[in-house]
Design a protein around this ligand. Structure first.
Ligand code: ADP
Ligand code: FRU
Length: 362
């Protein structure tokens, strides 16, 4: 199933194949208690909000919500618990067809929660988060996965040292595929896994994750915390810490988004604001998911059509001056694909902020 949104924004696209590999998102799932206010409240006042709802939140969990709305097979990996709010999160993932079968479920660790104030007058979202246990996925949880099931693994940049170990585990798996190809002297059915990471929270140590990522998303909150004032400055400064061949995205609210391609070329999209902004909670998560979705489709399609793939790879190698021996995990990315992906992502994020929650993204 490809959603109506996709068709309206991009046109038709082949539906996912049966048994298509999944996109795995590793990170947080939490309860969001969302209060819709006319204005952002003054401190120490007593007032009524217009509406209140609770929904499943957390970046990786939101990424899965949007991916599943787009018809993309996906899985969430994060620590869950057995308490009532965590049960709500699990029921909600089930109803969205999000696989969470590898999540450790730990007793008595509580459920992470956010209180979110949405201001209808400014469109702002103010998040106050609480996580009593700070329990995170560890390498030993990650090692239980069968990596053949995934085409793409996305990490919400969190517990840095463990995330690095997980990324190294994927790198070793990818190398084993190349080795097998050399030994069998034929192309392996399994494609290497693309690794992406989100640098969102205002912690400079998150930059340590960049050398392991093929694709990176740098949030405006992180950028501002480093003193960057715009997207090009962000991309220029952050790319110094990244590996060769990386593609980096910087999204910035009403300024739209920008990407830096592997050869340093800059690609940009304006924002597509809705008539009225009602809910910016998860705008960045929607943008990132749309990119994951679009680029993953480009990757699978380039594999499916092998003749085209060879032409495509030659084209990309010329585009980016990449020697054939340096073919990267992101060989399916060229300027056109990047331009389409970033425009699609800004359109989807623009549509999202015009509606409450994610339910309307069907
Ligand atoms: P977040 O604050 O959730 O990290 P961002 O500011 O990075 O979100 O926005 C992600 C994308 O959502 C932007 O690139 C843009 O396309 C869209 N967006 C967010 N806020 C606005 C806005 N006020 N007007 C228009 N588009 C917006
Ligand atoms: C939005 C979000 C919310 C959650 C918070 C956690 O991006 O994932 O759903 O409460 O961020 O930081």
């Amino acid at each position: 199933m490809i959603s109506g949104f996709y068709e309206r924004i991009v046109g038709t696209s082949p539906p996912p194949e049966p048994n298509e590999p999944k996109i795995l998102c590793v990170g947080l799932s939490c309860l969001d208690i969302v209060q819709i206010c006319k204005n952002y409240p003054k401190e120490d006042t007593d007032q009524r909000c217009i509406d209140l709802r609770y929904q499943r939140g957390g970046n990786a969990s939101n990424n899965c919500t949007v991916l599943s709305k787009l018809g993309q097979p996906c899985e969430f990996l994060g620590v869950l618990s057995n308490e009532q709010f965590s049960q709500f999160l699990q029921d909600d993932m089930r109803s969205h067809k999000i696989d969470f079968s590898h999540c450790p479920i730990i007793e008595d660790i509580g459920c992470p929660k956010s209180v979110v104030l949405l201001s209808l007058s400014t469109g702002s979202r103010t998040i106050i988060h609480h996580n009593q246990s700070n329990a995170e996925i560890k390498l030993q949880d990650f090692e239980k996965l069968n990596l053949e099931d995934y085409s793409w693994i996305h990490f919400e940049g969190r517990n840095i040292s463990e995330v690095i170990l997980m990324m190294q585990h994927i790198e070793a798996y990818n190398k084993s595929l190349t080795q097998k190809e050399i030994e069998d002297s034929k192309e392996c059915i399994q494609q290497p896994i693309t690794i992406s990471v989100e640098i969102e929270k205002m912690k400079v140590e998150l930059l340590d994750l960049l050398p392991y990522a093929d694709i990176a998303f740098v949030s405006k909150d992180f950028a501002k915390s480093r003193g960057y004032t715009n997207m090009s400055e962000t991309l220029k400064c952050v790319s110094k810490d990244a590996k060769t061949g990386v593609t980096i995205f910087s999204a910035w609210a009403d300024r739209g988004a920008m990407a830096r391609a592997p050869d340093g070329t800059i690609i940009q999209s304006p924002a597509y604001p809705p008539r009225k902004i009602v809910d910016t909670l998860g705008a960045g998560d929607t943008f990132n998911s749309a990119i994951l979705y679009y680029l993953n489709r480009a990757k699978l399609n380039s594999k499916r059509n092998s003749e085209d793939t060879q032409l495509h790879v030659n084209d990309i190698q010329q585009n980016y001056n990449i020697e054939s021996s340096e073919k990267s995990q992101t060989h399916f990315i060229n300027r056109l694909v990047l331009q389409e992906a970033i425009s699609f992502a800004c359109k989807l994020a623009g549509a999202k902020i015009g509606m409450q929650g994610f339910d309307g993204l069907n």
